[in-house]
Design a protein around this ligand. Sequence first.
Ligand code: HEC
Length: 178
Amino acid sequence: MTAEKVAKVIAAFERTLVAGDTPFDRFMRGDKSAMTVQQQKGMKTYEKAGCVHCHGGPMFSDFKLHFIDVTGTGRDDRQPMRTPTLRNLRYTAPYLHHGRKRTLQEVMVFYEKLMDAAAEVIDGGAETDPPFDPLLKHLHLEAEDFEDVLAFLDALNDEGWDKSVTKSVPSGLKVGGE
Ligand code: HEC
């Protein structure tokens, strides 16, 4: 394949991944009715809650590593993880790298608890190993914000997103595991 062809294939592939037709995208393009009133309120709450510090930009990710102490199965969890996108979450449950949060509501509860834990450690001058990401200082999520933030996250789902799963792979292994 020529480099030009490769670039075209990658661009075509990316178009299937980068959701450009969510209610949020239509809202940003000027269609003020694309997002519900609650979703618009949720967008502001999302900013206020400090999510944008890591989940910012068009993909709602800075693609950087952060330690946010998603305690899961063991010591391997105690390391910085790359910020995932928040697009199309409706189709990608369960959540977090260990897949232990079955709903986004559970992820909200995780962040609410994290806010208190991180503030105590960071403000108290103490450190965890590895240290909490300093951006967590901006986290400000209350239980009363959950519904609005969840409504906003729902505006990041693209109905037309290519969710199809291939029937076979070159390795011959069963798609989706045993
Ligand atoms: C300091 C950076 C940082 C901040 C601030 C932050 N996140 Fe995250 N977020 C991450 C990282 C890193 C992960 C991946 C963690 C993992 O899987 O171990 C993540 C994972 C998630 C996931 C799971 C996505 C998936 O596909 O499994 C959701 C949902 C999420 N964050 C929403 C939020 C919301 C809502 C806020 C604001 C209340 C927020 N995040 C604030 C860094 C951050």
